[in-house]
Each structure stands twice: as structure tokens, then as C-alpha cells.
Design a protein around this ligand. Structure first.
Ligand SMILES: C[S@@+](CC[C@H](N)C(=O)[O-])C[C@H]1O[C@@H](n2cnc3c(N)ncnc32)[C@H](O)[C@@H]1O
Length: 232
């Protein structure tokens, strides 16, 4: 693995995108119980004491999943590939409780969770060249033109996230909003440290499970687009 350098730069160049909705959701008893019982085992507090290199061994293959929601894709992908550790992050706790519950039911040992804003996590807590992959499945689409500035996939964010990938690491996005897919393609294509694995959009990978939000998009007739790029 390449030497890890401290995560200190670029914070000043990343305009903070508030990409998520402020919402209070109710938490089901089973998810609340899972949080209480399993957070001490698999949860990570992202604060000044968090140290990526101490939390994960240098030989770990760590994939960051941003906006894991209820974690259905997280759990299925972790079960399919025990050699990869998924660090699943979301800003909302109830989904993390469901994810911990379902991961525990399958006895998974390779899912870690954090409740935090991925922009802060990447800029302040994850070192350069540290991640084997980044997955961003069905990020909030912010469909109105005046909301587009809140979309996560923008040049500064992609530059930041790419800098945290190891060379050869995969940057994988999917969306059911066609104009967001076009924006993703334009932004990812323009990032000098990324190469598209395909011409334009990727064929739907059979190994990516259908997510909860994807299912909602399909139900209303949306086209699904995947984008798979590699860090050079
Ligand atoms: C539309 S949902 C998709 C959830 C899941 N990936 C799926 O496909 O079912 C987007 C998720 O991203 C989370 N999110 C948005 N911005 C985020 C950020 N900056 N950091 C972490 N999570 C974020 C939201 O809280 C929400 O759960």
C-alpha cells in the first residue's frame, strides 16, 4: 500500500456542500436496539480522536459508501466480498440502526458505520491514497435547478474524494435522475485523476444490488445509470 500522508489539505478549497435534507425520522425499536447493542462494536465516532490508520490496518481494503441509507446494498455487498471492509456513512441514524441489525443477522465482520457528513469525513479525517473504493448510490438528486448546487457530485467534491482513493481504486456512482447522470459523467470525466472504465455510462453491474431508492426510481419509470471510474 502507498505511504499514507496526513489528511490536511484541500479543506480550504472545498466549498462545503450541504447535500442532505434536514429531517427527523422515527426509528423502529429493532433498529434502536441494534444501535444500542452494536454501535460499540462497529460504530466509529468521527471526531478529533479518529485516526484512519489506527482504525484500519494498512493491508485492509476499505471502501467508503457515502449515503448508505438503510444499508441494503451495503449488507449485500459486504456479504458477497468478506475481504473488503465497507465504511458506510450517512447523516441519519435510523438507517444506520437498520444496517447494523441486518449486518449482525448475517454475522458480517466487515461493515463499519459512521454518522457524519461525508464531505467533512473526507476532507478532515481520511488520508490521501487510503481507500480502495468510493460508492455513491442514488445520492439526493436535488431535482430543481436552483437546488443543483446542493448535489454532491461536483468538481471540488470529486477532486477531494479522488485524492483519498488509492491508485487503482474505483469511484462508482449510480443515479436514477438522467440530468444528474449527465452531470456526474461530465464532472467525473473532467477529473484528471480519474479514468472512465467504459465509454460513457457503465453497463449495470450484476454485482451491485438494487437499492431501496433505486427501486423507487424504477417504480416511477426512471432510467438507471451507473458510472464506474478508476483512480489513475
Ligand atoms: C437518496 S438516499 C439513497 C440511499 C441509498 N444509497 C439507496 O440507494 O437506497 C441518499 C442518502 O445520502 C445521505 N447523504 C446525503 N448527503 C450526505 C453526506 N454529505 N454525507 C453522508 N450522507 C449523506 C442521505 O442522508 C440519504 O440517506
Amino acid at each position: 500500500m502507498p505511504a499514507i500522508t496526513p489528511a490536511v489539505d484541500r479543506t480550504e478549497t472545498v466549498r462545503h456542500i450541504r447535500s442532505f435534507h434536514a429531517r427527523r425520522s422515527r426509528i423502529r425499536p429493532s433498529a434502536a436496539a441494534a444501535l444500542d447493542r452494536l454501535w460499540p462494536l462497529w460504530g466509529i465516532e468521527i471526531d478529533a480522536d479518529f485516526n484512519f490508520a489506527e482504525t484500519f490496518s494498512s493491508t485492509d481494503s476499505v471502501v467508503l459508501e457515502i449515503g448508505c441509507g438503510m444499508g441494503d446494498a451495503t449488507v449485500a455487498m459486504a456479504a458477497a466480498d468478506p475481504s473488503t471492509t465497507i465504511l458506510a456513512v450517512d447523516v441519519h441514524t435510523p438507517g444506520l440502526g437498520v444496517l447494523l441489525r441486518d449486518s449482525d443477522r448475517l454475522g458480517l465482520q466487515n461493515v463499519r458505520v459512521a454518522e457524519c457528513d461525508a464531505v467533512t469525513l473526507l476532507s478532515e479525517h481520511i488520508p490521501h491514497d487510503a481507500l480502495s473504493g468510493i460508492r455513491i448510490y442514488f445520492p439526493d438528486p436535488w431535482p430543481k435547478q436552483r437546488q443543483h448546487k446542493r448535489r454532491l457530485i461536483q468538481p471540488e467534491f470529486v477532486a477531494l474524494a479522488t485524492s483519498r482513493l488509492r491508485p487503482g481504486g474505483m469511484f462508482h456512482c449510480a443515479t436514477d435522475w438522467r440530468n444528474y447522470a449527465d452531470q456526474m459523467l461530465e464532472v467525473l470525466d473532467a477529473e484528471p485523476l480519474l479514468r472512465n472504465n467504459f465509454e460513457g455510462f457503465a453497463p449495470r453491474p450484476t454485482w451491485r444490488p438494487v437499492t431501496r431508492f433505486e427501486r423507487k426510481g424504477i417504480a416511477v419509470g426512471h432510467e438507471i445509470n451507473d458510472l464506474i471510474f478508476t483512480r489513475v
